[in-house]
Design a protein around this ligand. Structure first.
Ligand code: SF4
Ligand code: SF4
Length: 207
């Protein structure tokens, strides 16, 4: 289990997911991920213009005023939906920083991460990120609405505003202190008792 402290784009990586006990083929990636204006702002400021354009041009994406939903694939015949970014052998095909907040932080209850006392100290960190993400999304959406821009109407102006506002929003000054850039916790599932813990600490964690 790896906690990546990367400011607003922090995320949790779980090595169990590649051999998911729930379903070796699909894991939990059965959703239609939603990208908010905050995600779009990040992409536009981090070399992701093409990714944004691909999303906006895709026939599989539902566009709302302030978010994009990438519809999952329906294999039919009663099978579970599958996220379009999911690969049966490698899992998610997009980098951690490009995943939305839910995907960056989601872990199924089977992982039992929060029962581990070493992991629990990170709860405040993730809660802050969730609240801050919502606050930023509202800020961007409200300003776009005030100017009469959205992803549906006057999209070009909307994207330009989101790009510039997102740039000005950083860094996340209220992010709790004292968390390393990366922490690795080695856990074992209920069937395999908790084993070793190793922590890696680096300074200058990005905000
Ligand atoms: S979070 Fe849980 S259900 Fe999802 S892929 Fe990982 S192990 Fe499987
Ligand atoms: S975007 Fe990636 S992490 Fe999120 S549901 Fe799809 S495959 Fe899974």
């Amino acid at each position: 289990m790896v906690f990546h402290h990367a400011g607003m784009r922090s995320g949790i990586e779980c090595s169990l997911c590649v051999r998911c006990p729930r379903d070796r083929i699909q894991g939990c990636c059965t959703i239609s991920p939603v990208f908010l204006l905050t995600d779009i702002g990040y992409f536009l400021n981090n070399g992701g213009d093409e990714f944004v354009n691909d999303l906006l041009d895709s026939p599989y994406v539902d566009i709302s005023a302030d978010q994009l939903m990438v519809n999952a694939i329906d294999p039919g015949e009663g099978s579970q939906l599958v996220c379009r970014f999911h690969h049966p052998e490698v899992g998610c095909r997009i980098p951690m920083s490009y995943r939305n907040m839910v995907c960056r932080q989601f872990l199924c209850p089977g992982v039992k991460l929060w029962k581990d006392t070493r992991a629990r100290r990170w709860v405040d960190f993730w809660l802050y990120l969730q609240e801050e993400e919502i606050r930023r999304q509202q800020l961007l959406a409200n300003e776009c609405a005030k100017q009469g821009f959205s992803l549906l109407a006057r999209r070009h102006e909307c994207l330009r505003l989101v790009r510039s506002m997102y740039r000005d929003l950083q860094p996340a000054t209220g992010l709790p202190d004292g968390y390393p850039e990366m922490e690795i916790l080695v856990l074992k599932s209920a069937r395999w008792p908790l084993a070793v813990c190793q922590m890696t600490t680096r300074s200058n964690a990005p905000r």
